[in-house]
Design a protein around this ligand. Structure first.
Ligand SMILES: Cc1cc2nc3c(=O)[nH]c(=O)nc-3n(C[C@H](O)[C@H](O)[C@H](O)COP(=O)(O)OP(=O)(O)OC[C@H]3O[C@@H](n4cnc5c(N)ncnc54)[C@H](O)[C@@H]3O)c2cc1C
Length: 327
């Protein structure tokens, strides 16, 4: 155990030390974290953040780990998982509802559909948690969570609970002011849905699900779409990668999916280094052959003071962090 995390299990009983991150991500990739703490409510979250900030320990909150690539050497810090205590769902009046940050999006979608709450059908098969999905502004089929987001509650780095309007998070295409910063841990999100017929909402969700089953490699480990769609003359990163003949390209056990060219799948033993090398090769080829810069949608986790493994990769420019004065 790293001596700097000694005592964390007093604040967060059940903390696992030196636990492989791979078990907490959908890519199934990542070396050990110094500690992984599963928290069971906002009060424990506040205490834990104070503990970590007092000791100047790096930490990252995890949703379902479906949009991140962790380094092979592991994470020199603490992963925070939101357990029970963050999985509530309260249905309010006139289409408003509030979901705990740890609740899975498919579960949320299931329940709101039964209440006939529409407008978020696109999210029903996105394998994230509410907090992680709001933090990256997940979306599909031309829609995104922030178009339905009203407000959030969160805990800041001082360990104080705050409430913010959606506009403070500055959501835009697959990013927000939260992504990549770890300044705020979301504890819940309130959305405005469109009241309607439960059967119609369920039917729309089902159609989206059938489309995904047909087009995405859902049985293989991945982190979803690797690149953002470039826009302008090239609407889809997947179509571009396919046209340029990159389906099936491999580095080690990392492979450009043969089913959906914007997915990189882990065939079993892929390392982060393999995925990064494959991403760099795809970017280089897309630039050379089509003059298009492909920017990653997935987040590359780095240890403090390191830019490990990212040589040759063109990263997305994320939004500036939310300023202290705003939280
Ligand atoms: C098969 C598959 C299909 C996918 N399809 C889609 C799709 O259609 N559309 C889409 O947008 N994405 C898609 N994804 C990617 C991913 O599922 C989404 O981006 C998802 O919303 C990420 O949520 P998460 O909980 O897994 O976030 P994580 O990967 O756990 O975290 C993402 C970021 O959010 C931060 N974060 C997590 N929780 C919190 C919190 N409580 N407070 C503050 N910050 C937090 C993390 O620190 C990290 O920076 C897909 C992935 C897979 C594997």
């Amino acid at each position: 155990m790293n001596p700097r995390v000694k005592g964390l299990d007093r604040v967060a009983p059940g903390t696992q030390f030196d636990a492989p991150v791979s078990g907490f991500t959908t890519f199934r990739i990542g070396g050990p974290a110094w500690a992984v703490a599963r928290l069971h409510g906002p009060e424990q979250l506040r205490d834990t953040i104070r503990f970590l900030v007092d000791r100047e320990l790096a930490f990252r909150v995890m949703g379902k780990g479906s949009n991140q690539l962790f380094p092979d050497e592991g994470f020199r810090g603490v992963l925070l998982l939101l357990g029970d205590g963050f999985d509530s769902l309260e249905i309010g009046q006139d289409g408003l509802f509030t979901a705990g940050a740890g609740l899975s999006l498919p579960k949320m979608a299931n329940v709101i559909a039964r209440h006939g709450l529409g407008g978020l059908e696109f999210s029903a098969q996105i394998p994230g948690a509410v907090g992680g999905s709001v933090a990256v502004n997940a979306g599909a089929f031309g829609q995104e969570l922030h178009s339905r987001l009203v407000s959030v509650t969160a805990v800041n780095r001082q360990g104080t609970a705050v409430e913010l309007p959606a506009s403070a998070l500055k959501g835009c295409y697959r990013t927000t002011a939260l992504k990549g910063h770890q300044d705020l841990v979301l504890t819940s999100a309130t959305f405005q849905a469109v009241p309607g017929d439960p059967k119609a909402v369920q039917q729309k969700q089902k159609e989206y699900g059938i489309y995904r089953d047909r087009t995405q490699p859902l049985k293989q480990a991945s982190a979803g779409c690797v690149f953002k769609n470039p826009g302008k003359d090239c609407a889809s990163a997947g179509a571009l990668i396919e046209q340029l003949g990159m389906k099936g390209w491999t580095v080690g056990d990392a492979e450009v999916s043969r089913k959906h060219a914007n997915f990189i799948v882990n065939r079993g033993q892929a390392r982060a280094a393999d995925v990064l090398e494959l991403i760099a090769r795809i970017q280089k080829h897309a630039l050379a052959e089509a003059g298009i810069h492909l920017h990653p949608e997935i987040e590359f986790v780095r240890n403090e003071g390191e830019a490990s493994g990212l040589a040759g990769i063109e990263e997305s420019r994320e939004s500036p962090a939310i300023r202290e004065s705003q939280v």
